[in-house]
Ligand binder design. Sequence first.
Ligand SMILES: [Zn+2]
Length: 302
Amino acid sequence: MRFLLPLFTLVATLSAYDFALKPKRITPEVTCFFGEPEVMNTTNNGNMVNTCYIDTKKSYVVIDSGSSYAYAASAYNAMQKIKPWPVELVINTHVHDDHWLGNGFFAQKGVKVLGSDDFIHNASIDSPSRIQTHISPQAYALTVPTLPSEMIASDKTLKIGNKTLELHIMKQQAHSEKDMVVYVPQAKVLFAGDLVFNDRVPSLAGGNINGWISALELLKTYGATTIIGGHGYRTDKEAMIMTREYLIQMRSEVRSAIDEGLSIDETINKVTMPSFKSLRMMKSLHRANVETAYRTLEWEEK
Ligand SMILES: [Zn+2]
């Protein structure tokens, strides 16, 4: 019997859906996988999120494990072809499931997974998961929603190999209830999670527009020269501009609408922000974002 389990694991691993993910080297120490700037569907099968590997000269640290077991396996296998080093730690930036449903792949290897304590309150391990209902069963196969093995409530600095990693937890609800970013000061690289979107409309669902804008102001002070968001391809020092301009314009227009006494429906119809019209996912997300912003801003003291 003893040989059957490894054999089963091997067969199961080999039969998992292959995303054939393509690694992209961003800096000498950072390699990432960039997902499509679109909603999860049966074409991208959850490859619509960004995940990264940090080279510590003896191991890898993974930023977000991706949307499924098979996704995590595909990224891992691609990295093993570059340097066959072990993964020492996985960090989950926030509770949205496209960023951490790959945890089970790493947990099976005994890798520690670290996230904020928001996972205790706001991560859903219910079945079916959001991702599961949107991607193909083959792509989701072997995925077991697995929470971080360590959940932290406050900032933490780690030294792993030749790298120092600063883990910063935002003090207020921003994109999610508790967003964590990872900063590597030696390389001036910031992993901003979903506080930074590019090439598509950000999602404000479950977020707070004021907290998000404040969080971006804070991130600006880090002096990062490379900024990698949770979605989208841009990674230079200005990579947070699009998200910031979108949120600032929305806040200004929604505040004006509230001051004019417009209802939520009137505001949604008015705040169309045509200068962002060509941005992907504008049709599917923008109206919901305006509604979320309105529900936050209508309570502001005048
Ligand atoms: Zn998110």
